[in-house]
Each structure stands twice: as structure tokens, then as C-alpha cells.
Design a protein around this ligand. Sequence first.
Ligand code: NAP
Ligand code: MG
Length: 395
Amino acid sequence: MKNPIAELDGDEMTRVLWALIKEKLLLPFIDLKTEYFDLGLENRETTNDEVTRQSALAIKRLGVGVKCATITSNAERKVEYNLKNLFPSPNATIRAILDGTVFRKPISVPCIQPAVSCWKKPIVIGRHAYGDVYKAAEMQIPSAGKVELVFTPDDGTAQKTITVAQMQGPGIVSGMHNLDESIKNFARACFLYAIDEKIPVWFATKDTISKTYDGRFKEIFTAVYETEFKEKCTKAGIDYFYTLIDDAVARVVKSDGGFLWACKNYDGDVMSDMIASACGSLAMMTSVLVSPSGVFEYEAAHGTVQKHYYRWQKGEKTSTNPIALIFAWTGALAKRAQLDGTPELFSFAKKLEDAVFKTIEKGEMTGDLACMAAPAPARILNSWEYIDAIARMLV
Ligand code: NAP
Ligand code: MG
């Protein structure tokens, strides 16, 4: 390897698999260079979450990062890990620093048919990863009263105020925001990705109800298409389609796939899980954050697989699927190779992905896939056996 990638270790079962993947599938085959950051919950607590910020800055500096799944701390985790603080989700912190769009693409294998039988090609979700409900200011309202939205311009000109609600009693309120620049970059990232992959772009919001907020998303996204990408898209033979979010959802289910579905932050969060589970398993979904400055962060779409971890702690060799984690690594290595002009590293990444496909073709797989595969495999492998099977394909 010419240049290092930022490596962000994580928690629970994915942390166990992370070490195993490095030991069995990477270190014996390449001269792996990384800058290592331990984003395990204990170290985030010890460093006052500074490690998360440092890791995001390292991704920015190095251009490529790979991240293991991490626990988002909540009240239960606070007790479990004896935490003093509850920090925001590492992904939220990293996305806030890098800005950008998350693309989630299912990993399709022939022996596993999507639950939606008309889906013949992958549906890629492009999730805007900035703002909205993920950066909202929320307040619990204790009693009747007036809730207002106030804008105070930095330049000292007059304030703008509107009433959110005249509350008749206790309740809740949320204030969301987004930035024109971030929406523009979201649209740009989507069109660049789509042109690269030669797939059409769908975008949807609820602009009939949210006329100002979602209306602005529609306006900016469409303007970016018209002014910057229309010609390039025509040349690439792809088009742009805008519709209402409910119409989009209905059409997606009846489509044959093969497009990029550009989603607002919350829609993308929810819809990517729906697509992943309809395509087989959460462990068959890759995820990459593409920032407007051309920085890439690869990860698995799933979490830390907490339930498997508790079983592993009791001594069980769980059948946790490592494929999305392996593809996070291959995505990062292939991108590093592209940026550095190192074709051998690129070939290794593709060879490792091929090895994964070949094991499945041979009927070697973990339990989550085994129960959906046709024909069903003779035996379910645990993660250790499965990773060994991939390693055998590589030598
Ligand atoms: P999860 O880790 O995504 O797992 C949910 C369930 O999905 C598992 O119990 C398992 O089902 C199945 N699953 C997910 N990945 C799998 C794999 N690789 N192989 C086999 N089955 C898999 O979600 P969670 O358990 O609800 O969340 C655990 C922690 O992850 C939470 O603390 C959350 O904050 C965090 N999280 C992190 C990220 C991230 O870092 N990007 C994303 C989401 C969640 P069965 O139990 O039925 O086998
Ligand atoms: Mg989600």
C-alpha cells in the first residue's frame, strides 16, 4: 500500500469479526497500512469522544476511511457500560464533520432472491447525511403556552418570528434545519454516483405538505440537475425522476430495480433497512459516505449485532455474517488503490469480493443466508469457519 487509510474500530460482535477479518483475510495477503482509531465505547468515554472527532479528521486528511459498527449510547448502555456521559452517535459526529451522502447498495448473490420478486437489479439508496431530525433541537413543553420559531440574522437586521403552535397543554416540539449548500452537495453526489454507475436517479419529498422545507429540497435538487447535470446525464443515457415520497415508495415495490433512490436523511435511514431486509439480510448491504470534498468512508450498514455478541461472550461460536464488513474493507482498499494508482491493491480487493461470492456458490454460508438460499446449503458455518472458507479461496 502506498498511503494509509483511516481505520475506525468499533464494538461488540462486529469488533470481534473486525479483528478476525484483518487476521485471516487482509494481513496475510497485503501490506496493510492504516491509522488506527479505537471507537469502542470505552475508549470514546475515556477520551471524552475526542477519538471520534480525530478519526473524522483523519478520514478527511487521508481521503479514505473504513469503519466498524459502533454502539450509540443510550440510557441502557449507560448502565451496562457504567458511562458518565451520553455522546451522540459516532456516525452523526463523523457525518457532521465530513458532510456528504451515504450510498447503500445491496450485495446480490444468485442463490438469494429478493423478497420482492420483480426486483431484478439492485436498488441503491443515496441518503442525505446532514441535518433534519438528526440535528434537531427538541424540547418537552411542560404546560400550555406559545412556541415560536425565531431567526436572528448575524448582520443585525430585523428578526423573523413565526408561531409554531399555541400549545393547549404539555407536549413536545422539534426544530429542524438544513443548508442550501448541503442539499446542493447531496444532489451533486447523487448525480455523480449515478453517472458513474449508469443508473437513473429518483428523488422524492413530501413537498405538498412541507411546502417550504421539502419544497426547498425539491427546488434545489432539480436546479442542480438542470444547471449542472442534465447534459451529462443525457450523455450517460440516464434520467432524473422526481415524485412525492408516497408515490415513490409505491413505485419502488413494483419496479425491477436498477436505479439510485435519492432520499432525505430520515427516508434514507428507514428505506435502506427495508431494502436490505427485502434483499436478504442486513449483512448484505454496503454503505459508503461520499463527502463533497471527495472523501470516502466505508462501513457495513448493520449495527454491532448485540444479541450475537452476548452469545459469543458465553462461549458460543455464532454464525454472524461478516460479508458487509468485508465489503467495507474491499470498498476502502479499492478506493485507496484508485486514488493512489496501485492496480495490485485494486485487484486484491476484487479477488476478495470474488472469494466471498465463490464460497456462497459452493454452499458455504452463515445462518442468515442459509435460511433463504435456494438450493439450501448442506450445513451452516459459524463466522470462524466461514472466514476460513474465504481465506482458502484466496491462496
Ligand atoms: P444490528 O446490529 O443491526 O442487528 C439487528 C439484528 O439483525 C441482529 O440481532 C441479527 O438478527 C441481524 N443482523 C444484523 N447484522 C447481522 C450480521 N452481520 N449477521 C447476521 N445477522 C445480523 O442492530 P441492533 O442489534 O439493534 O443494534 C446493536 C447496536 O448497534 C446498537 O447499540 C446500535 O446503536 C448500533 N448500531 C450501529 C450502527 C453503526 O455503527 N453504523 C448502525 C445501526 C446500529 P438475529 O438476532 O435475528 O440473528
Ligand atoms: Mg436505519
